[in-house]
Design a protein around this ligand. Structure first.
Ligand code: DC
Length: 216
């Protein structure tokens, strides 16, 4: 079984997919984290966004994996915290726009799902990675709500960014995410659209679980 979830930054995808995965006993794959892993490696090697070939090479020569708790590893190094820094957040959208990189990442993501029941979240999962997924959801929320969620999340993780800084960052990422040449975030008629602005986390989880169980 494949459940595909797309949506913009701060729409709650990460939190929701983790909880749905626990409830339905699915493997949770956060594809944004895989792009962040590449961005982290690019920063570490002092590459900039224009070093496309070198960045594509990272995806060819690195091993990205998740453990059961959702920690992410790049060539065996646990980089779960490192991929959430301000520096990574500010370049990841541009990095993820590199077309050749996306081709490699889509293959890596499909391989991660092989032989498993998965819930996978990102921007192009319902359209490119698994267009024939069993269930396809698009999670959304107002931009102010998304910025305030990210602000709270950052505070909990001791990441120092002002609300305005986050709002600007999300606006820029929305634009990049929706205007990519390949793999752009988009709404389609066959996705189940869920506006989470005024819903609690539990309400969103129930909605998705009920839908999958056929109760809605
Ligand atoms: O979900 P996130 O914010 O951690 O994602 C980080 C970046 O990666 C985001 O700017 C968009 C990009 N991304 C993508 O292009 N395709 C995906 N399937 C997932 C994320």
């Amino acid at each position: 079984m494949i459940i595909a979830i797309d949506g913009p930054a701060g729409s709650g995808k990460g939190t929701i997919t983790k909880l749905v995965a626990d409830k339905l006993n699915l493997t949770n794959i956060d594809t944004g984290a895989t792009y962040r892993a590449i961005a982290y490696a690019a920063l570490k090697n002092n590459y900039n966004v224009a070093d496309k070939d070198k960045i594509v090479d990272i995806s060819k020569n690195s091993e990205i994996s998740f453990d059961k708790d959702g920690n992410i590893y790049l060539n065996g190094e646990n980089i779960t915290k490192e991929i959430r820094t301000k520096e990574v957040s500010s370049i990841v959208s541009k990095i993820s726009s590199i077309v050749e990189l996306r081709e490699n990442m889509v293959n890596i993501q499909r391989k991660m799902a092989q032989g498993k029941d998965v819930i996978m979240e990102g921007r192009d999962i319902t359209t490119v990675v698994f267009p024939n997924a069993d269930y396809k959801f698009y999670l959304d929320a107002s931009i102010e709500e998304r910025a305030s969620r990210r602000y709270k999340q950052n505070k909990e993780n001791n990441i120092d960014m002002s609300y305005d800084e986050i709002l600007e960052n999300i606006k820029a990422r929305d634009y990049n995410d929706m205007h990519k040449e390949v793999g752009a975030l988009m709404r389609t008629d066959d996705q189940i659209y869920v506006d989470t602005t005024d819903l609690t986390i539990e309400e969103v989880v129930d909605k998705i679980v009920n839908y999958i169980k056929g109760d809605e």
